[in-house]
Design a protein around this ligand. Structure first.
Ligand code: MRU
Length: 372
């Protein structure tokens, strides 16, 4: 099958331009979508951390990739400011501090700490040999590019495996944004939909708007419209109604962290959708690369849940929608217990219960050894 055409990239690296322009981490500012497509060119690691925190860049795999490039950017920036006097020891210390700062920007998606740890391991390997600041920087750029490229391939494979679960004529439902705005490739949960659509399967996607900050309405709807996939945007509280009356055949969602027992942290509201799906006997599929699986955590209860600014709940795009001074809760993610999950689709194949066995298995496999 021909590769599905992505229309744009959400994050990319720009090399320095012979002293004319510094190296940069570039991205679409997702906080401005769908009204405007604004490109950011970030040249300081603090701007990268701010972009992750403020959801200018978001989605579990994509924040990991962004942080990896952010570490490289930090070395370029320091070398520019300090010049040839920059020592390897200073560079090592800087990588450590910047890694810590970036890792603290969002706590739930494990892809962030996974990518940062991978960059630190690469730095340690390089520093163990006979190296220089320039060699360390280029080794880290190679590693960041590898993380980026591997995610693109993982998305294509998740798309192929997931599309096998979609039949011609299916109506499906998704929550949040899990497409090319959230990854380096086609996406996680949207990848099977793109692949099935490309293969000529007729499908229709119900898209939850995803309160409080509307990743479904602002981002998924924008992406699907550009890609020509038929969909209907609904408010989150319509999901049950359309499961009952809309002929929904399966739910596809992404994940921010999956515990060893298969419990899944994903965008707030995912748990409600899973419970509704089970009540209507609709398969509930989670699509995520192995970089989202955290085998160190025995269950979802141990996953840290990010608590965000109450203003995200009391305002809609800057307009107040609640009385001043009300008490507000704003957890950005919830945990869906594994008992609600029909299967977890990874780049190495489809894991089914018992997840404490099958997730370990997919994480140690290469793609050529898929399990299904
Ligand atoms: O707060 P966000 O927009 O970063 O949350 C994103 C999600 O919850 C996605 O479903 C998740 O990252 C998995 S898909 C790439």
């Amino acid at each position: 099958m021909a590769e599905y055409q992505q229309t744009m990239r959400a994050v990319w690296w720009e090399d320095e331009d012979e002293g004319r322009r510094p190296a940069a981490v570039c991205m679409i500012d997702q906080s401005q979508l769908p009204q405007q497509v604004v490109h950011l060119r970030l040249t300081h690691e603090r701007e990268v951390a701010e972009a992750i925190k403020m959801l200018r860049v978001r989605g579990a795999p994509l924040i990991g990739i962004t942080a990896a490039y952010g570490i490289v950017l930090a070395l370029y920036r320091l070398a520019r400011e300090v010049g040839p006097a920059l020592s390897l020891e200073q560079a090592r210390e800087h990588v450590r501090n910047v890694s810590e700062m970036l890792a603290g920007s969002r706590p739930t998606a494990v892809n962030l700490s996974w990518a940062i740890e991978r960059m630190q391991t690469r730095a340690q390997q390089e520093l163990a040999g006979d190296t220089s600041v320039a060699l360390l920087t280029s080794a880290l750029l190679v590693e960041a590019r590898a993380i980026d490229d591997e995610d693109r391939v993982a998305c294509s494979n998740m798309g192929i495996y997931g599309a096998e679960l979609i039949a011609d004529g299916d109506a499906l439902l998704t929550h949040c944004n899990t497409g090319w705005l959230a990854t380096a490739g086609l996406g996680t949960a949207l990848a099977p939909i793109y692949v099935a659509h490309q293969a000529g399967k007729r499908l229709h996607l119900f898209v939850d708007e995803t309160r409080p900050i509307l990743q479904g309405a602002r981002l998924t709807a924008w992406e699907l419209q550009r890609q020509g996939v038929p969909f209907t945007l609904i408010t989150d509280n319509m999901a049950g109604h359309f499961m009952r009356h809309g002929g929904i055949k399966a739910v596809f969602v992404g994940a921010d962290r999956i515990a060893a027992n298969g419990d899944v942290a994903n965008k707030i509201g995912t748990y409600s959708v899973a419970v509704l799906a089970q009540a209507h006997q609709i398969p509930f599929y989670v699509v995520a690369p192995c970089s989202t699986i955290d085998l160190h955590l025995a269950s979802g209860e141990l996953i840290p849940i990010e608590q965000r600014d109450p203003a995200e709940v009391t305002t809609l795009r800057g307009t107040s929608i609640a009385p001043a001074g009300v008490q507000v809760a704003n957890p950005a993610f919830d945990v869906t217990p594994h008992t609600y999950i029909t299967a977890i689709i990874t780049e190495n194949g489809v894991a089914r219960p018992p997840y404490d066995v099958t997730l370990r298995r997919v994480c140690t496999l290469r793609n050529s050894e898929r399990v299904c």
